[in-house]
Design a protein around this ligand. Structure first.
Ligand SMILES: *Cc1c(COP(=O)(O)O)cnc(C)c1O
Length: 368
């Protein structure tokens, strides 16, 4: 059996450190925010190469507060992609603004800058590119368009901890960047968690207030805020895991390189491409296949788990039909939704397992 990811193996590899960190928080009784969360904020800001980081309870909350702090609200339009996890669009809806979708480009499946400008209207206030699968969107082109139209850029870096674009880290290029620490993300808590990073001290200050009931100081609620605080235990665990993140990313990249070299020229699938100048952190290793269902069944039959990221683009999700989009509006996203298949990738995987997955992929689908 090859699982899609193996969180038990990850825990086993760092059990002593994690257990000690958790016990320490239990004894300190700093269960919400506190010293561990504050230390994590400093360390994660350093990791991303930014001045400020504000910890929150989920990646979705990080996006929500980033948008609010940037002044996004009812009547505004926010440009993003339909080929993403639904949270990107939901966070925009939470503010009362309207998500306006821009198709992705076919190689990286990230926002297509060539289609961006046509979607700008007088109501457009922000662009939310998604660094899908761990590879960053084309930030130079996106930021140039944002600048031309006076728009802010808020990065959805929830899948891209440590990814780089021309040497700059995910989250450090836009006005702010949002991260998720959902357990299966490249840096994952033992529960929920999220973070906003920014170089703008005003944004950081506002987000810090918004996550904790809008308080500027105790009893003084200057903004209509939220309870989006991070738990102390998650902060402590994430500090431990952050120390291992570079090694884990290196392992993911090694597995991805092995996959890609073995799948080079494959008749069964098209492997993903790491664009020159963009450091991919392979949160997901997604191949494309015109016979995806067959391929997934074949893998399943051999005990190999796989995933779909994502089979239904957001513009065709029932919850968002009110936006008025229809099938055919975003053909590149729709084709990707039909063809992508995520193969197992996680740091603790072995080269032997990667080879085993590849031979199952390559096996003639008619010889089951
Ligand atoms: C995981 C994810 C989110 C949401 O993060 P949560 O921590 O689950 O709220 C948002 N956007 C993308 C692209 C994600 O992958």
């Amino acid at each position: 059996m090859i699982p899609f990811l193996d969180l038990k193996a990850q825990y086993a590899s760092i059990k002593d450190e994690v257990d000690a960190a958790v016990l320490n928080v239990l004894a300190s009784a700093q269960y919400i925010l506190g010293d561990e969360v504050a230390a994590l904020e400093e360390e994660f800001a350093d990791y991303c190469g930014v001045d400020h980081a504000v910890a929150v309870n989920t990646g979705t909350s990080a996006l929500h507060l980033s948008l609010l702090a940037a002044g996004i609200g009812p009547g505004d339009e926010v440009l993003t992609v339909p080929f993403t996890f639904v949270a990107t669009a939901s966070a925009i809806c939470y503010t009362g603004a309207r998500p306006v979708f821009v198709d992705v480009e076919p190689v990286t499946l990230t926002m297509d800058p060539a289609k961006l400008e046509a979607a700008v209207t007088p109501r457009t206030k922000a662009i939310v590119p998604v660094h899908l699968y761990g590879q960053m969107a084309d930030m130079d082109a996106i930021c140039a368009i944002a600048e031309r139209h006076g728009l802010v850029v808020i990065e959805d870096a929830c899948q891209a901890h440590g990814a780089e674009y021309k040497g700059r880290r995910a989250g450090s290029i836009g006005l702010s960047g949002s991260f998720s620490f959902y357990p299966g993300k490249n840096l994952g808590a033992c529960g929920e968690g999220g973070m906003v990073v920014t170089n703008d001290s005003q944004q950081a200050e506002t987000i810090r207030m918004l996550r904790d009931w809008g308080q500027s100081q105790r009893y003084h609620h200057v903004l209509k805020g939220y309870n989006y605080r991070m738990d102390g235990i998650q902060g402590a665990i994430l500090r431990v895991k952050l120390r291992h993140l570079d090694a884990w990313t290196a392992a993911r990249r090694t597995h991805a390189a092995q996959y890609s070299s073995l799948l080079d020229g494959s008749a069964a699938v098209t492997p993903p491409i790491e664009v020159t100048g963009r450091r991919h952190v392979y949160h997901v290793y997604a191949v494309r296949s015109h016979q995806r269902a067959d391929l997934q069944h074949r893998l399943q039959a051999q005990g190999i788990q796989s995933g779909l990221h994502y089979p239904i683009p957001v513009h065709l999700q029932e919850a968002h039909l009110d936006l008025g989009y229809a099938e055919g509006d975003f053909p590149v996203s729709e084709a990707a939704a039909r063809e992508v298949l995520s193969l197992p990738i996680y740091p603790e995987m072995t080269p032997r397992q990667v080879a085993e997955v590849v031979s199952a992929v390559e096996q003639d689908s008619y010889v089951c």
